[in-house]
Ligand binder design. Structure first.
Ligand code: APR
Length: 228
């Protein structure tokens, strides 16, 4: 059984109409990271942060999975492969495309109580006045991993990386750690590394092979080369 670990980033959802971060018209061109993607920003102006993620939640629910998401789901269901998808994305397009994924940066579909740690399905529009269904406090926040916080499920991810035969990176610029270091961890365990991206990423030199182009074209082609 060939084990494949696939890391995805914002680029896999770009053709579904969702913004990436570091493009000229990306999310970080419109918002300051320190204002909307840090615990300090949330403490300083929680309304701004709630609005930022409410807007992204609405956009992601209006978006549809593209051929790349669907192709990865087909690979996950194919015989002969053990496929683990680790995503930096907070949209649920992998799931709506039929795959399951480890969300290392959290997700827009759940709300988190910063008082007791309880998680529950997020309403389309989260409000600071919402109370936690478990502890009753008005202490809800987006279930998103912000800069300076520990990504989710790192032990599980690192175990998968240590066991994989092939590491594939799709639609990420390789700017943000720990995800940007996954290719080196996989290669230290003897894996081959393939980058599928619109253009060479920051970490392109760590990969054995690269295919550049839009994900909705190159990902289905790559999957077909594996499962026909
Ligand atoms: N097909 C394939 N790749 C694409 C496409 C596309 N249609 N469009 C853009 N890309 C590529 C870009 O070339 C770029 O390399 O996707 C990558 C997107 O990079 P970023 O905008 O930096 O997004 P990402 O790598 O996912 O960011 C990682 O940074 O700010 C944090 O938490 C945030 O999860 C995010 C993390």
């Amino acid at each position: 059984m060939s084990k494949i670990v696939i890391l995805t980033g914002a680029g896999i959802s770009a053709e579904s109409g969702l913004g990436t971060f570091r493009a000229e018209d990306g999310l970080w061109a419109e918002h300051r990271v320190e204002d909307v993607a840090t615990p300090e920003g949330f403490a300083r102006n929680p309304e701004l942060v709630m609005t930022f993620y409410n807007d992204r939640r609405a956009q992601s629910y209006e978006a549809s999975p593209n051929a790349a998401h669907v192709a990865l789901a087909a690979l996950q269901q194919a015989d002969g492969f053990d496929v683990v998808i680790v995503t930096q994305n907070v949209d649920d397009l992998h799931e709506r495309g039929g795959a399951d994924a480890i969300h290392m940066h959290g997700g827009l579909t759940t709300a988190l109580c910063h008082h007791c740690g309880h998680r529950w399905p997020a309403p389309l529009v989260m409000d600071l006045a919402d109370t936690c269904p478990s502890c009753g406090q008005t202490s809800t926040r987006p279930d998103i991993v912000w800069f300076g916080e520990m990504p989710y499920q790192m032990d599980r991810i690192e175990r998968h990386l240590s066991e994989c035969d092939l590491f594939v990176s799709i639609g990420t610029s390789g700017n943000v750690y720990p995800a940007a270091g996954f290719v080196q961890m996989a290669k230290m365990s003897g894996a081959e590394a393939l980058e599928l991206n619109l253009e060479p990423s920051q970490g392109a030199s760590y990969f054995d092979k690269a295919i550049n182009g839009p994900a909705s074209q190159i990902v289905p082609e790559w999957v077909r080369s594996l499962i026909g």
